[in-house]
Design a protein around this ligand. Structure first.
Ligand code: KIV
Length: 294
C-alpha cells in the first residue's frame, strides 16, 4: 500500500512554490522583486546582490536567504555541464535551467542568459529567443553580452517589453577574440571603448549591466556616468551590485580560481566526506540501519 504521508515534506512545499512549468505562483508573483525595485536600489544607494543558479534547490536556498537577483548564467556550461567555455550552451538548455530556478524562487528577480548564437545572427532570432526565456522559462529579464555592437539588439528586445541586462568587459562568449579570460580595459583606448559601450547599452534601454573583469577605477567611472545599476564581477567595489557564480563562491568548482572570487564557504570538503562515508557504510553493510528500514 502506498503511503502519501511519507512524501509530506515535498508535497505541500512544491505546491507553494510552483504554478506549472516555469511560472511563479500567484502569491509569489505578488511578492517578487521587479525591475523597478532593482533600479530604485541604485537611486537609494542600496547595493544589489546577485548570484547565479541553475537548479531548483540552489535557487530556493538563495531566495530564502534574500538574494535580490538570480542570474541563470550560461556559466551553467562550465560549472554544471563541464564544457571548457560557455559557447556550446543551447537555448533549450537555458530554458530548462531557467524553469527549474523559477520554480524554486518566490521573491528574487530572475534574469536568464541568452547563450551564444541566440542573438548574434539577426534581430528576429534575438527577439524570438528572448521571448522563449520569458514565455517558456519564466524569466523576468534576459542578459546578453556586448556593447555598441549589440545596442540595436538590446533595443529590439526592450521594444517587446522584455527587460534586458547588458554585459560588457570580459565577455566569456568572446573568448576567442580576447584570447583567453583576460582583464579588459587596461589600455586607454580599450577603456574609452568600454565607456562608450556602457553608454550605448544604457541608451538602448537596458535596465542594468554586468561589468566583468575590468579595472576598479574604470568600473567606478562607468558606474558614475550611467544611470542604470552596474553589477560587478572582478570589477571592484564601486559597482552598484556584485555577482558571483555560486559554484565558485561555495568552493564547489576549482578548475579555475580567479582572483576576484572570494570563497564564502567551502562545501566541497563536507560533500566529498559525506560521499566517502556513504560508500564505506554501503560496503560495510552498515547502511541502511534498522531506523532506515521498513
Ligand atoms: O554566465 C554567468 O554566470 C555570467 C556571470 C558571471 C555574470 O554571465
Amino acid at each position: 500500500m502506498s503511503c502519501p504521508l511519507l512524501f509530506m515534506p515535498f508535497g505541500p512545499f512544491r505546491k507553494a512554490f510552483s504554478f506549472g512549468p516555469g511560472i511563479k505562483s500567484e502569491s509569489s508573483v505578488a511578492k517578487a522583486k521587479t525591475v523597478l525595485d532593482i533600479q530604485q536600489m541604485k537611486a537609494q544607494g542600496e547595493k544589489i546582490s546577485v548570484l547565479t543558479a541553475y537548479d531548483y534547490t540552489f535557487a530556493r536556498l538563495m531566495d530564502q536567504a534574500g538574494i535580490d537577483i538570480i542570474l541563470v548564467g550560461d556559466s551553467v556550461g562550465s560549472v554544471v555541464a563541464g564544457y571548457e567555455t560557455t559557447l556550446p550552451v543551447t537555448m533549450d538548455e537555458m530554458v530548462y535551467h531557467t524553469r527549474a530556478v523559477v520554480r524554486g524562487t518566490r521573491t528574487a528577480f530572475i534574469v536568464s542568459d541568452m547563450p551564444f548564437l541566440s542573438y548574434q545572427i539577426d534581430l528576429r532570432d534575438a527577439r524570438l529567443n528572448a521571448g522563449r526565456l520569458v514565455k517558456e522559462g519564466g524569466a523576468q529579464a534576459v542578459k546578453l553580452e556586448g556593447g555598441e555592437n549589440v545596442a540595436a539588439t538590446i533595443a529590439a528586445i526592450v521594444a517587446m517589453d522584455i527587460p534586458v541586462m547588458g554585459h560588457i568587459g570580459l565577455t566569456p562568449q568572446s573568448i576567442h577574440r580576447m584570447g583567453g579570460y583576460k582583464v579588459q580595459g587596461r589600455q586607454e583606448e580599450q577603456a574609452r571603448q568600454l565607456l562608450a559601450d556602457a553608454k550605448a547599452v544604457e541608451a538602448a534601454g537596458a535596465f542594468a549591466m554586468v561589468l566583468e573583469g575590468i579595472p576598479a577605477e574604470l568600473a567606478k567611472q562607468i558606474t558614475a556616468e550611467v544611470g542604470i545599476p552596474t553589477i560587478g564581477i572582478g570589477a571592484g567595489v564601486h559597482c552598484d551590485g556584485q555577482v558571483l557564480v555560486i559554484h565558485d563562491m561555495l568552493g564547489l568548482f576549482d578548475k579555475y580560481s580567479p582572483k576576484f572570487v572570494k570563497r564564502f564557504a567551502d562545501i566541497s570538503t563536507p560533500v566529498s566526506q559525506g560521499i566517502e562515508d556513504y560508500i564505506r557504510e554501503v560496503k560495510d553493510g552498515v547502511f541502511p540501519g534498522p531506523e532506515h528500514s521498513f
